[in-house]
Design a binder for this molecule. Structure first.
Ligand code: G1P
Length: 298
Protein backbone atom coordinates (compact mmCIF):
# COMPACT_ATOMS: atom_id res chain seq x y z
CA UNK A 1 0.00 0.00 0.00
CA UNK A 2 1.38 3.41 -0.89
CA UNK A 3 0.49 6.24 1.41
CA UNK A 4 1.40 9.56 -0.13
CA UNK A 5 -1.09 11.94 1.47
CA UNK A 6 -0.45 13.87 4.67
CA UNK A 7 -2.92 16.04 6.52
CA UNK A 8 -1.23 18.86 8.43
CA UNK A 9 -3.51 20.64 10.91
CA UNK A 10 -2.41 24.26 11.32
CA UNK A 11 -5.66 25.83 12.49
CA UNK A 12 -4.88 26.13 16.22
CA UNK A 13 -4.73 29.63 17.68
CA UNK A 14 -1.36 29.23 19.40
CA UNK A 15 -2.74 30.67 22.63
CA UNK A 16 0.15 29.28 24.70
CA UNK A 17 2.58 31.38 22.65
CA UNK A 18 0.90 34.77 22.99
CA UNK A 19 1.78 37.53 22.23
CA UNK A 20 4.10 35.96 19.60
CA UNK A 21 1.15 34.39 17.83
CA UNK A 22 -1.28 37.29 18.00
CA UNK A 23 -0.93 38.10 14.30
CA UNK A 24 1.27 35.33 12.94
CA UNK A 25 0.74 31.58 12.85
CA UNK A 26 2.85 29.59 15.32
CA UNK A 27 3.69 27.28 12.42
CA UNK A 28 5.51 30.21 10.78
CA UNK A 29 7.72 31.01 13.78
CA UNK A 30 11.42 30.88 12.97
CA UNK A 31 13.55 28.00 14.18
CA UNK A 32 17.07 28.21 12.78
CA UNK A 33 16.74 29.39 9.21
CA UNK A 34 13.26 28.17 8.43
CA UNK A 35 9.73 28.54 9.69
CA UNK A 36 8.53 25.54 11.69
CA UNK A 37 6.12 24.27 9.06
CA UNK A 38 8.81 24.11 6.38
CA UNK A 39 10.66 21.49 8.45
CA UNK A 40 7.43 19.52 8.71
CA UNK A 41 6.82 19.62 4.96
CA UNK A 42 10.43 18.71 4.13
CA UNK A 43 10.27 15.78 6.54
CA UNK A 44 7.04 14.57 4.93
CA UNK A 45 8.41 14.96 1.40
CA UNK A 46 11.49 12.95 2.38
CA UNK A 47 9.16 10.22 3.70
CA UNK A 48 7.38 9.92 0.34
CA UNK A 49 4.41 12.27 0.75
CA UNK A 50 3.28 13.75 -2.57
CA UNK A 51 0.14 15.59 -1.42
CA UNK A 52 -0.11 17.76 1.63
CA UNK A 53 -3.46 19.01 2.83
CA UNK A 54 -3.25 21.85 5.33
CA UNK A 55 -6.23 22.30 7.58
CA UNK A 56 -6.07 26.04 8.09
CA UNK A 57 -8.02 28.69 9.94
CA UNK A 58 -8.17 32.45 10.47
CA UNK A 59 -4.85 34.28 10.18
CA UNK A 60 -2.99 31.42 8.53
CA UNK A 61 -2.54 32.72 4.99
CA UNK A 62 1.20 33.24 5.57
CA UNK A 63 1.50 29.43 5.37
CA UNK A 64 -0.12 29.35 1.93
CA UNK A 65 2.09 32.19 0.74
CA UNK A 66 5.19 30.42 2.00
CA UNK A 67 4.65 27.38 -0.20
CA UNK A 68 3.72 29.33 -3.33
CA UNK A 69 6.26 29.69 -6.11
CA UNK A 70 7.22 33.34 -5.92
CA UNK A 71 8.25 34.16 -9.51
CA UNK A 72 8.58 37.86 -8.72
CA UNK A 73 11.04 37.23 -5.91
CA UNK A 74 13.04 34.85 -8.11
CA UNK A 75 13.27 37.48 -10.87
CA UNK A 76 14.19 40.15 -8.33
CA UNK A 77 17.06 38.04 -6.96
CA UNK A 78 18.31 37.23 -10.49
CA UNK A 79 18.16 40.81 -11.71
CA UNK A 80 19.90 42.19 -8.66
CA UNK A 81 22.84 39.82 -8.67
CA UNK A 82 21.58 37.98 -5.57
CA UNK A 83 21.61 34.56 -7.19
CA UNK A 84 23.21 33.00 -4.10
CA UNK A 85 19.85 33.34 -2.34
CA UNK A 86 17.99 31.36 -4.97
CA UNK A 87 19.04 28.08 -3.37
CA UNK A 88 17.10 29.15 -0.28
CA UNK A 89 13.93 28.94 -2.34
CA UNK A 90 14.55 25.46 -3.73
CA UNK A 91 11.97 24.02 -1.29
CA UNK A 92 9.33 25.72 -3.45
CA UNK A 93 10.12 23.15 -6.13
CA UNK A 94 9.68 20.03 -3.94
CA UNK A 95 7.78 17.24 -5.66
CA UNK A 96 4.70 17.91 -3.53
CA UNK A 97 1.25 19.34 -4.26
CA UNK A 98 -0.39 21.55 -1.65
CA UNK A 99 -4.05 21.71 -0.81
CA UNK A 100 -5.92 23.74 1.76
CA UNK A 101 -9.18 23.31 3.61
CA UNK A 102 -10.49 25.68 6.25
CA UNK A 103 -11.62 24.52 9.64
CA UNK A 104 -14.49 26.96 9.81
CA UNK A 105 -15.08 26.62 13.52
CA UNK A 106 -12.43 26.12 16.20
CA UNK A 107 -13.64 22.80 17.56
CA UNK A 108 -10.33 21.09 18.25
CA UNK A 109 -7.73 18.84 16.65
CA UNK A 110 -10.13 15.94 16.06
CA UNK A 111 -12.53 18.23 14.25
CA UNK A 112 -9.64 19.67 12.18
CA UNK A 113 -8.76 16.16 10.98
CA UNK A 114 -12.42 15.49 10.25
CA UNK A 115 -12.37 18.52 7.91
CA UNK A 116 -10.05 16.47 5.66
CA UNK A 117 -12.57 13.65 5.17
CA UNK A 118 -13.85 14.55 1.70
CA UNK A 119 -10.37 15.19 0.39
CA UNK A 120 -8.90 11.98 1.80
CA UNK A 121 -11.72 10.11 0.13
CA UNK A 122 -11.42 6.66 1.70
CA UNK A 123 -7.62 6.39 1.61
CA UNK A 124 -5.17 5.79 4.41
CA UNK A 125 -3.20 8.88 5.31
CA UNK A 126 -0.66 10.50 7.60
CA UNK A 127 -1.41 13.24 10.11
CA UNK A 128 1.55 15.46 11.00
CA UNK A 129 1.02 18.27 13.48
CA UNK A 130 2.25 21.53 11.97
CA UNK A 131 3.80 22.68 15.26
CA UNK A 132 6.06 19.67 15.86
CA UNK A 133 9.46 19.32 14.22
CA UNK A 134 10.91 15.81 14.19
CA UNK A 135 14.66 15.42 13.98
CA UNK A 136 17.11 18.19 13.30
CA UNK A 137 17.11 19.39 9.67
CA UNK A 138 14.26 17.31 8.25
CA UNK A 139 16.22 14.07 8.58
CA UNK A 140 13.58 12.12 10.48
CA UNK A 141 12.42 8.82 9.01
CA UNK A 142 9.80 8.21 11.72
CA UNK A 143 6.84 8.53 9.34
CA UNK A 144 8.40 6.11 6.86
CA UNK A 145 8.80 3.51 9.62
CA UNK A 146 5.25 4.14 10.83
CA UNK A 147 3.86 3.52 7.34
CA UNK A 148 5.82 0.24 7.14
CA UNK A 149 4.29 -0.85 10.46
CA UNK A 150 0.85 0.25 9.38
CA UNK A 151 1.06 -1.84 6.21
CA UNK A 152 2.63 -4.86 7.90
CA UNK A 153 0.12 -5.04 10.76
CA UNK A 154 -3.07 -3.97 8.97
CA UNK A 155 -3.68 -1.65 11.90
CA UNK A 156 -6.39 1.01 11.97
CA UNK A 157 -3.86 3.49 13.33
CA UNK A 158 -0.16 3.75 14.07
CA UNK A 159 0.89 6.49 16.46
CA UNK A 160 4.26 7.95 17.28
CA UNK A 161 5.13 8.13 20.98
CA UNK A 162 7.90 9.72 22.95
CA UNK A 163 8.81 9.14 26.57
CA UNK A 164 8.50 12.40 28.53
CA UNK A 165 9.12 13.27 32.20
CA UNK A 166 6.12 12.54 34.42
CA UNK A 167 5.61 16.23 35.28
CA UNK A 168 5.08 17.03 31.58
CA UNK A 169 2.81 14.11 30.73
CA UNK A 170 -0.38 16.11 31.43
CA UNK A 171 0.27 18.14 28.23
CA UNK A 172 -0.17 15.15 25.93
CA UNK A 173 -2.19 12.22 24.73
CA UNK A 174 -0.88 9.27 26.78
CA UNK A 175 -0.71 5.54 25.93
CA UNK A 176 -1.62 2.53 27.96
CA UNK A 177 0.65 0.06 26.14
CA UNK A 178 0.03 -3.68 26.16
CA UNK A 179 3.74 -4.44 26.10
CA UNK A 180 5.75 -2.15 28.36
CA UNK A 181 9.20 -1.10 27.20
CA UNK A 182 8.63 -2.49 23.70
CA UNK A 183 9.65 -0.45 20.64
CA UNK A 184 6.36 -1.32 18.98
CA UNK A 185 3.30 -2.04 21.09
CA UNK A 186 -0.41 -2.49 20.91
CA UNK A 187 -2.50 0.16 22.61
CA UNK A 188 -4.96 -0.92 25.28
CA UNK A 189 -6.08 2.64 25.82
CA UNK A 190 -5.12 6.25 25.24
CA UNK A 191 -6.04 9.29 27.34
CA UNK A 192 -5.89 12.98 26.41
CA UNK A 193 -3.97 15.17 28.87
CA UNK A 194 -4.45 13.07 32.01
CA UNK A 195 -3.72 14.18 35.52
CA UNK A 196 0.00 13.20 35.79
CA UNK A 197 -0.64 11.23 38.98
CA UNK A 198 -3.09 9.02 37.08
CA UNK A 199 -1.37 8.88 33.68
CA UNK A 200 -1.23 5.31 32.37
CA UNK A 201 2.44 5.65 31.29
CA UNK A 202 5.08 8.22 30.36
CA UNK A 203 4.49 7.66 26.65
CA UNK A 204 3.21 10.85 25.01
CA UNK A 205 1.69 11.16 21.55
CA UNK A 206 4.40 12.89 19.55
CA UNK A 207 2.75 14.64 16.65
CA UNK A 208 2.67 11.94 13.93
CA UNK A 209 -0.09 9.44 13.13
CA UNK A 210 -0.98 7.06 10.29
CA UNK A 211 -4.70 6.34 9.93
CA UNK A 212 -6.97 4.13 7.96
CA UNK A 213 -10.13 6.03 6.94
CA UNK A 214 -12.11 4.38 9.78
CA UNK A 215 -10.81 7.21 11.95
CA UNK A 216 -13.34 9.50 10.25
CA UNK A 217 -16.29 7.40 11.44
CA UNK A 218 -14.83 7.45 14.95
CA UNK A 219 -14.29 11.23 14.78
CA UNK A 220 -17.81 11.84 13.53
CA UNK A 221 -19.12 10.08 16.65
CA UNK A 222 -16.74 11.68 19.11
CA UNK A 223 -18.33 14.28 21.42
CA UNK A 224 -16.34 17.22 22.76
CA UNK A 225 -13.83 16.12 25.41
CA UNK A 226 -10.92 17.87 27.17
CA UNK A 227 -11.27 21.64 26.93
CA UNK A 228 -14.66 21.26 25.26
CA UNK A 229 -12.88 20.27 22.00
CA UNK A 230 -13.29 17.25 19.75
CA UNK A 231 -10.12 15.36 20.53
CA UNK A 232 -8.28 13.13 18.07
CA UNK A 233 -7.15 11.08 21.06
CA UNK A 234 -10.78 10.34 21.98
CA UNK A 235 -11.48 9.07 18.46
CA UNK A 236 -8.44 6.77 18.67
CA UNK A 237 -9.76 5.53 22.01
CA UNK A 238 -13.04 4.78 20.29
CA UNK A 239 -11.21 2.71 17.66
CA UNK A 240 -9.55 0.66 20.42
CA UNK A 241 -12.89 0.14 22.19
CA UNK A 242 -14.41 -1.00 18.90
CA UNK A 243 -11.78 -3.74 18.82
CA UNK A 244 -9.59 -2.17 16.10
CA UNK A 245 -5.88 -2.68 16.20
CA UNK A 246 -4.00 0.48 17.19
CA UNK A 247 -0.21 0.31 17.27
CA UNK A 248 2.22 2.60 19.04
CA UNK A 249 5.83 3.09 18.01
CA UNK A 250 8.42 4.64 20.25
CA UNK A 251 10.59 7.25 18.67
CA UNK A 252 13.94 5.54 18.21
CA UNK A 253 17.04 6.84 20.00
CA UNK A 254 18.57 9.48 17.76
CA UNK A 255 15.18 10.90 16.86
CA UNK A 256 13.86 13.91 18.66
CA UNK A 257 10.72 16.02 18.68
CA UNK A 258 10.65 19.78 19.02
CA UNK A 259 7.27 20.94 20.27
CA UNK A 260 6.59 24.49 19.17
CA UNK A 261 3.36 24.62 21.17
CA UNK A 262 4.76 26.36 24.26
CA UNK A 263 7.64 28.64 25.16
CA UNK A 264 9.98 26.27 26.99
CA UNK A 265 10.18 23.77 24.17
CA UNK A 266 10.13 26.51 21.53
CA UNK A 267 13.17 28.15 23.16
CA UNK A 268 14.93 24.79 23.30
CA UNK A 269 14.36 24.35 19.57
CA UNK A 270 15.52 27.88 18.74
CA UNK A 271 18.75 27.46 20.70
CA UNK A 272 19.50 23.95 19.48
CA UNK A 273 18.92 24.77 15.82
CA UNK A 274 21.02 27.94 16.09
CA UNK A 275 23.86 25.94 17.66
CA UNK A 276 23.59 23.42 14.83
CA UNK A 277 23.74 26.05 12.09
CA UNK A 278 26.48 25.03 9.65
CA UNK A 279 27.71 28.61 9.23
CA UNK A 280 27.26 30.19 12.65
CA UNK A 281 26.74 27.30 15.09
CA UNK A 282 30.37 26.88 16.08
CA UNK A 283 30.91 30.63 16.55
CA UNK A 284 27.75 30.91 18.57
CA UNK A 285 28.73 28.11 20.93
CA UNK A 286 32.10 29.77 21.42
CA UNK A 287 30.36 33.10 22.12
CA UNK A 288 28.33 31.47 24.89
CA UNK A 289 31.43 29.82 26.38
CA UNK A 290 30.40 26.34 25.26
CA UNK A 291 32.48 23.67 23.59
CA UNK A 292 32.37 24.83 19.96
CA UNK A 293 32.87 21.28 18.71
CA UNK A 294 30.15 19.57 20.73
CA UNK A 295 27.65 17.62 18.67
CA UNK A 296 24.38 19.45 18.75
CA UNK A 297 20.99 17.87 18.29
CA UNK A 298 20.48 14.37 17.03
C1 G1P B 1 -2.10 17.61 20.64
C2 G1P B 1 -2.80 16.28 20.92
C3 G1P B 1 -2.05 15.50 21.98
C4 G1P B 1 -0.60 15.33 21.55
C5 G1P B 1 0.04 16.70 21.29
C6 G1P B 1 1.48 16.60 20.78
O1 G1P B 1 -2.23 18.43 21.78
O2 G1P B 1 -4.13 16.54 21.33
O3 G1P B 1 -2.65 14.24 22.16
O4 G1P B 1 0.13 14.61 22.53
O5 G1P B 1 -0.73 17.42 20.32
O6 G1P B 1 1.62 15.79 19.68
P1 G1P B 1 -1.99 20.03 21.74
O7 G1P B 1 -0.52 20.23 21.82
O8 G1P B 1 -2.57 20.51 20.44
O9 G1P B 1 -2.71 20.56 22.93
Amino acid sequence: MTIDLAVVPVAGRGTRLLPLTKSQPKEMLPVGRKPVVQYVVEELAACGMKRILFVTGPGKTAIENHFDIDAELITHLRENGKEEYLAQLSFERADVEYFYVRQRRQLGLGHAVLCARRFVNGNSFVVALGDSILGLNERSRVVEVMIERFTATAAAAVINFEEVPREEIGDYGVALPKQENAEVFELLDIVEKPDPARAPSNLAVAGRYVFSPVIFDALAETPPGKGGEIQLTDAIRRLIRDGRKVIGVRMPPGEKRYDIGHFESYFRAVVEFAFADPQYGEKLRRYFGLNPHATVGR
